[in-house]
Design a protein around this ligand. Sequence first.
Ligand code: 1WB
Ligand code: MN
Length: 341
Amino acid sequence: MSNRLPVRRIATEEAFSIPEVAAQLGVVARTPGTSLDLILVNNIYNSADGMGFLEPLLDIEQERLRIMDENGVAMHLLSLTAPGVQMFDADTACELATLANDRLAEVMGRHPTRFAGLASFAPQAPKRAAREMQRVVDKYKMNGFMINSHTNNEYLDNPKYWPILEAAEALDRCIYIHPRAPSDGLAGPMREYGMDSALWAYGVEVSTHAVRMILGGVFDRFPKLKICLGHMGEAVHFWLWRIDFMSLRAQQQGRAPKLKLKPSEYFKRNFVITTSGQESHLALDFSIKALGAGNVLWAIDYPYQPTAPAVEFMDSAPISAADREKIYHGNAERVFHIDAT
Ligand code: 1WB
Ligand code: MN
């Protein structure tokens, strides 16, 4: 342990919950519905042991801090765990997002060097969401925002969500798009073989979301908007050559709006990615080459992934010392407005 690299480790996709949100998710999961999220949400919030996740989600200042200390992790950038408030009715969602943000701010206030925060909002009510976004940056200096992909099967390219994108751009705060189970239209073939969540479906859901935003022209309208994708960019950058080629064809055929830039140029300008739950040196190497070390951030995905292997993965990555510093903390400090120490 003493021979660990002396580096500031900021983990950027670290989940928490509060009892009120956990209880409401339990209620939602008992209500009939079509969402593929109901399987996992039911397993976590309506089971005796919460799949082993519920306790560490609710515990922010005890065992979590001990695990951070034991592994040399300086800071968690906390976010309300998936699916956030996005399965609730609009009023409940607004109320619980505000409550979760207030609780998060209290924890950040008690441990300013250990916890930063991505605030929640209710996309079900875009104008109220924008007001909450303004409030938490003004009042709490929140470091950015978290959205758990689709809301009622709709994505952020839909103009109804523009107040949210406008607020994020004006506040200079990045929106992290975290997975939830796929929208109804994507969910069909994901129901067997354990594909419904992190194994496969989460990545398909979020990569689809990101590509919709790019091809829909979101970044021509909001050129300074920053989006963060976890799980090694949900593999979007692997596809960029083909997306560039085919999107020209789609634009020429009048099937997509004309874009000012190539899709790959938006991805490099408007997106950053994190390493959450994707501890492959090969994928890391590709990501640095494709996007630059300035666009890759380290994350653990606590408590869904164990901390020690995530640290070992990054400590032992065959990259330069300068790149390791960027990925462990420099990029997080820049993108999420975290004080450099
Ligand atoms: C899992 C991962 C489940 C995440 C989650 O439930 C979330 C999982 C909300 O590995 O089963 C996550 O945040 O990556
Ligand atoms: Mn996660």
